[in-house]
Design a protein around this ligand. Structure first.
Ligand SMILES: Cc1cc2nc3c(=O)[nH]c(=O)nc-3n(C[C@H](O)[C@H](O)[C@H](O)COP(=O)(O)OP(=O)(O)OC[C@H]3O[C@@H](n4cnc5c(N)ncnc54)[C@H](O)[C@@H]3O)c2cc1C
Length: 447
């Protein structure tokens, strides 16, 4: 044990569980404070309501999970997750064209988030120095103002409030974390970037008619911005069920209307760029109610820039950055952050505080290129409000060309698949060969 005796993790979601796994190798005792009750199986839960919506685990996330929990991917499959060939079994309509379909070298795991999280939960329970306190809600930090140090937390279970002291407190409460306002209240502002996207998710799970031949396992119908604002996804998951998720930017979906009258759900399928999902839904049997989720904005809280951040406090996952989830990166970012944390902890020559500072910087390096990629797409809508990335028109022009080439050029699509799955940096799409193809495409259209 290198850094300290005891670490507390606030929030037992994906990032909280991953942090617990990593810290368990370096701290004697890890206590996870989780507001929800102990799950009895892979079911959606109150504290992670996004679990009723399609959750894609990108390949960088899947590889990282396997490193942290060897054998977990196989467990996903033996309990119902669906293994697909990433480019053959995914039908993806994007910017007005279908992407190429071919048997590439990558696989993707389709499953519900509760299924994934249930297995993480079971795996983390195998670590004897990790305790999860369910039905416990974080109330406040125990703060030593003289030393500017977090020394513990106050937590509540029923009417009982208690204090636990620790060497390290990790905030993994997610997008609803109050740490930034807590710090601001003590004269420690946390710089924040927000991009307003007015996004709604509405989802429902279905049984599709079995007799139909389908040449896809997951189908994505992306809106072509700026004219189209509504997109749809249908994905096979455990038990031969299919989750259908509609998304709408800039308030294009009125979720109250959908909840009041369930016919509005299927009506959304008619607003998509293609009627494929409608064709499936008109003969499908709903298995669940309709779930909605509002994501008014993306938020990036830049803790790496806070010089006076109290010692003993670390942040991970959505607490730091909530992306536009339509791009399916949140869980994978949490995995990459956990791996970065593991690497930093292995360096025994730095203090805990140096490690925390280095971690926040590393996390920012993980987030920055993804943020830039995602906001480049968000700003195709004039109604998007926020700081525009540098060189936006060129980036939008370039990425649009990549999307269009992905419909007919296998090498370009393959490079894009790797970038999209966070396996390659974005510069992989700027190789001379790809640039040449883009220019050829452009000149052939002009002549
Ligand atoms: C609609 C939607 C769709 C998404 N789709 C995808 C996708 O396709 N792919 C992907 O990778 N990511 C997706 N994401 C993002 C993904 O869900 C998160 O990035 C990921 O779960 C990491 O979040 P987290 O662990 O930081 O927070 P969360 O998963 O939100 O977990 C926070 C935890 O803190 C607990 N908690 C909250 N308050 C307290 C408190 N006071 N005390 C104690 N515990 C508390 C909660 O119960 C919860 O368990 C999606 C998100 C949304 C909203």
């Amino acid at each position: 044990m290198h850094h300290g005796e005891k670490a507390i993790i606030l929030g037992g979601g994906i990032a909280g569980k991953l942090a617990a796994r990593v810290l368990s190798d370096f701290y004697q005792e890890i206590i996870v404070i989780e507001r929800d009750e102990q799950p009895s199986g892979p079911f959606p839960r109150k504290g992670a309501q996004q679990g009723s919506h399609i959750h894609a685990l990108l390949q960088a996330g899947e590889h990282g999970l396997e490193k942290l929990f060897p054998g977990i991917t196989e467990k996903f499959y033996t309990t119902g997750a669906v293994k697909i060939n990433s480019t053959r079994d995914l039908a993806w309509f994007h910017h007005g064209v279908w992407k190429l379909r071919y048997e590439g070298g990558y696989t993707t795991t389709l499953q519900t988030r509760p299924h994934l999280e249930w297995h993480l939960e079971q795996s983390i329970k195998m670590f004897p120095n990790v305790t999860i306190l369910y039905n416990h809600s974080f109330q406040d930090f125990e703060y030593n103002e003289n030393e500017n140090r977090i020394i513990g937390v106050r937590i509540k279970a029923g009417n009982l409030v208690k204090t636990i002291f620790a060497d390290l407190v990790v905030d993994a409460i997610g997008a609803g974390s109050m740490t930034a306002s807590w710090a601001k209240g003590r004269g420690i502002p946390v710089p924040e970037e927000k991009v307003k996207i007015g996004l709604r998710y509405v989802s429902r799970t279905f049984q599709l008619p079995a007799e139909r031949n389908r040449d896809w396992t997951i189908k994505l119908l992306y809106p072509n911005p700026p004219q189209e604002k509504i997109g749809g996804m249908i994905s096979k998951v455990e038990d031969n069920q299919y989750i259908v998720t509609f998304i709408g930017y800039h308030d294009a979906i009125n979720e109250k209307e959908v909840l009041q009258n369930e016919n509005h759900f299927i009506e959304l399928a008619k607003k998509l760029p293609k009627n494929d999902i409608y064709q499936e839904l008109k003969d499908a049997a709903p298995l669940t109610g309709i779930s909605v989720f509002r994501i008014p904005q993306m938020t990036w809280r830049k803790y790496e820039k806070v010089k006076q951040l109290p010692d003993g406090l670390m942040l991970i996952g959505d607490t730091m950055c909530r992306m536009d989830p339509f791009f399916g990166q949140g869980m994978s970012i949490a995995v990459l952050e956990a791996l970065a944390l593991q690497k930093l902890l292995q360096n025994k020559n730095q203090s805990q505080q140096q490690m925390i500072r280095a971690f926040h910087k590393q996390a920012a390096k993980i987030i920055a290129p993804i943020w830039s990629m995602v906001t480049t797409e968000n700003f195709r809508y004039p109604a998007t409000i926020g700081r525009r990335p540098f060189g936006l028109p060129i980036m939008q022009w370039y990425s649009k060309n990549i999307f269009l080439l992905s419909a007919r050029d296998q090498e370009t699509y393959h490079s894009f698949v790797k970038v999209m799955n966070l396996l390659s940096p974005i510069t992989a799409l700027m190789k001379p060969r790809i640039l040449f193809r883009i220019l050829t495409r452009m000149f052939s259209r002009i002549s």
